[in-house]
Design a protein around this ligand. Structure first.
Ligand SMILES: [Zn+2]
Length: 180
């Protein structure tokens, strides 16, 4: 289970969990200030993340919990160690509609996931894409995943996924604002 503190990392309702699907799906070059020891995929932090006091310790701690939670409910993702996760300083805006931004993007051809530093909680969503493959781009059949994310206090994205929002269990407060 996740602490409420981590739930505060979740997104605003305006955010989309993942970016537009472009062809080819190649990650733009980015320079990482530091590479972190995450068990599995490569994990890099951009300079602006480090300058914002983001450290390997904090990001690895959060991502490890997300990955363990994901694998305990869904599946191991054998391909994940071949992927690179980059925590980026600025919100990706390419292809976003006004007032919206993408919290994370999965670049299939580069095996790279970019995640905005203020939206670390989108990691399980992007990992779910990696588990299911490129055909998962349309999020069809993701409502049980959305239910799980919300119940765990990770992310509320029923609306984004086009799913009905179940009545919240007692004591669960949907996040209403990002922590930063
Ligand atoms: Zn997605």
């Amino acid at each position: 289970m996740f602490s409420r503190r981590q739930a505060l990392l979740a997104l605003t309702a305006l955010a989309s969990a993942c970016g537009p699907q472009l062809e080819p799906s190649l990650a733009p070059p980015r320079e990482m200030a530091v590479w972190c020891p995450l068990n599995g995929p490569r994990l890099g932090l951009e300079r602006g993340v480090v300058e914002n006091r983001g450290t390997c310790d904090t990001v690895v701690a959060v991502f490890t919990q997300y990955l363990e939670a994901y694998q305990s409910r869904w599946q191991k993702v054998p391909a994940l160690p071949e992927w690179t996760i980059r925590v980026v300083a600025d919100r990706p805006t390419q292809g976003a509609s006004p007032g919206s931004f993408f919290a994370g993007q999965t670049f299939w051809d580069s095996r790279t996931i970019d995640i905005y530093q203020g939206s670390l909680s989108v990691l399980p969503h992007e990992v779910h894409h990696v588990a299911l493959g490129p055909a998962s781009d349309n999020h069809q059949g993701w409502c049980p995943f959305g239910d799980w994310e919300a119940a765990e206090g990770i992310l509320e994205e029923h609306s984004y996924l086009g799913c009905p929002s179940p009545s919240a269990p007692a004591g669960f407060a949907p996040p209403v604002a990002p922590a930063r």
